[in-house]
Design a protein around this ligand. Sequence first.
Ligand SMILES: Nc1ncnc2c1ncn2[C@@H]1O[C@H](COP(=O)(O)OP(=O)(O)OP(=O)(O)O)[C@@H](O)[C@H]1O
Ligand SMILES: [Mg+2]
Length: 112
Amino acid sequence: MTRTLAVVNQKGGVGKTTTAINLAAAFALRGRPTLLIDLDPQSNSSMSYLDVAGIRRSVYDAIVDGTCSMDEIVVESPVENLWVAPSRINLELTIERFPGLRFTETREHLAA
Ligand SMILES: Nc1ncnc2c1ncn2[C@@H]1O[C@H](COP(=O)(O)OP(=O)(O)OP(=O)(O)O)[C@@H](O)[C@H]1O
Ligand SMILES: [Mg+2]
């Protein structure tokens, strides 16, 4: 059974990234295939596992632009059983492009 966990809080510096990257590693190291989806333009979760300088396509391309699928942006991490859907700074443009975008619509995109 696939489970989805979201680590979300509007307040800054409260441990969202720390929680997400460590939970992802904990699941992966226990043998559960895990996908860490980074939806923060700061890319801190992506940086924890990948050299982000080499990332060309990100969640922005898959979710906002729709120019590729989520499958195409997923990168294998150095941790066994852990993959990352990385973000880049251009995710910041999402609010500008879709000022009325609600979280429920983002969730529907991810589920598609
Ligand atoms: N459980 C914890 N106990 C003590 N310190 C922690 C804990 N979790 C995170 N921290 C520390 O708190 C700081 C902020 O953590 P983190 O970067 O994960 O927060 P964040 O919510 O992702 O921040 P931002 O809003 O900037 O993305 C870091 O210095 C981190 O090491
Ligand atoms: Mg963070």
